[in-house]
Design a protein around this ligand. Sequence first.
Ligand code: UDP
Length: 243
Amino acid sequence: MPADGIRYKRVLLKVSGEALMGKRDYGLDPEMVTTVAEEVKAVVALGVQVCLVIGGGNIFRGIRGAATGMERATADYMGMLATVMNALGMQSALERLGVHTRVQSAIPMASVCEPYIRRRAIRHMEKGRVVIFAAGTGNPFFTTDTAAALRASEMGCDALLKGTQVDGVYTADPKKDPNATRYERLTYLDVLARDLQVMDASAISLARENRIPILVFSIHTPEAFAEVMAGRGKFTIISEEKE
Ligand code: UDP
């Protein structure tokens, strides 16, 4: 059972590939991967069941490949393979910290990790293991944001967490516009209607249909993930009602 004051029993954290890049312009920054792993460890210690979806944008994006003339579907498969590399990097960092993990890939890779099996993933979490979902949805033309909303729905998560570069959703990019203000609460429809760049529209719609609140927080603020689990700290919550 989660510790006192913890609002969620099972959550999915989406971490973009870019977040794992740290200050580099390509690939993984081991320090940053360890930092994220520490954040996850702190939440597991609160008794929350955690699963992760890791992006691949730090290595390869399908759109980028398609722009060079590659067939889009092929480029997207390369993007999905990139997420597997990131998932293995995250697994290694978590296990070094003593957190038990399993990687499950939507594209079966028998000698590297488990295939995605919904009921098995749930069982792992019930046993206190962190499940890292790799290869997105396994389908081209999708993103890992959609994979995150899909897996959160399948796992029956109470919340979908998105760790970003800033501490929530802003009216404009706060790194470019000093007058940008942070929203405390938004509805799914607000995000879609105002075209706020949080997650892509299919991810938002899927979370909405399955009534999974999306919590957007900064992956760079120490202990922010654990704070959000207790309803503290800075974040934006996206749900059906503004209240
Ligand atoms: N991708 C895909 N299907 C999926 C998830 C991802 O084809 O279900 C591919 C797509 O090419 C994408 C790449 O994998 O560009 C990396 O994922 P994403 O861009 O979502 O990573 P992030 O932006 O979160 O780092």
